[in-house]
Design a protein around this ligand. Sequence first.
Ligand code: ADP
Ligand code: MG
Length: 323
Amino acid sequence: MKRLVSWIAVLSAVLMMTSCAEEKPLSRTVTALDTVCTISLYDGKEEIALDASVHLLREGEERWSRTKAGSMISKLNAANGAQTTVDTLTYQLLQTAQEYSLATDGAFDVTLGALTDLWTAAEERGSVPTNEELTAALFASGSYKMILGDGTVTLMEGVRLDLGGIAKGAIADDVAQGLRLGGCTSALLDFGGNIVAIGSKPDGSPFHVGIADPKNPDNLVGTIAVHDRAVVTSGSYERGYMIDDVWYSHILNPKTGYPVENDLLSVTILAPNALDADVLSTACFVMGFDRAQAFLQSYEDVDAVFVKADGTVVATDGVKRVD
Ligand code: ADP
Ligand code: MG
């Protein structure tokens, strides 16, 4: 049973992700995956390790982007109901996504591309989707409308994939794995808020990761100590749809087709790998506080920090707060 601990969501000073009085890492920042990605090496500080990491990152982006022509996902989305052979990594990712759809009772669903397209179009034209449009997009979504079999994927006609809730985590894991294979034992990856800590800092102390205040993202609600774990936050404060001066979350409830609006402002998940943390943070955000914290009871090695709409911050007892 995970015990929940309340934090008082007041912070007077903005804290840095790592303390300053120590040796600087070798870092590189690139724009990729529609966000800013930074890789910081605290040991094995070689440019070639950064080159290899960026290479893996770009490969993942090329494979799973839905906007880049020629990506595997663009190919699948244009297949018009035809069976398509996919590479092993894509097949495994879609299998995992489908398992998570089942485990989360549909809160997480990569087949909602028609819905995200609809809300993107709604933002462009400046009016919310009509009921007819929502019904049509809901009809074109649902995990069971993606059929996986022996290295092939068939999307029922009209169904489109959107890997926005899982790809950054999966790619962060790939990059972390590459670095570990190269002998790296101390590094920090930050792919647009999807953080992976490889080991701890060279002096053995844990990395410090700040959790943004969703109401004022320049501030933090707290800082946590992390050793060899992934930390991923989902919230609606950075990305979303602005329609008619109203802000809508970019995370959608696959059951209703509407942007999520509930008692949560953000969910941060700590897990052994970034893929799980990425999926679980999105899914928990959809579920809302009560359902999410009950759901997480069955995940032994997973912790969470919830920032609630009423300003309270609640963390499971495995979270080590350092401020
Ligand atoms: P971010 O990508 O901003 O870090 P998330 O990991 O929570 O945030 O993913 C949100 C993205 O995932 C959306 O922009 C959209 O592409 C996709 N998405 C939205 N709602 C869902 C959902 N219920 N299940 C799976 N993916 C979703
Ligand atoms: Mg996610």
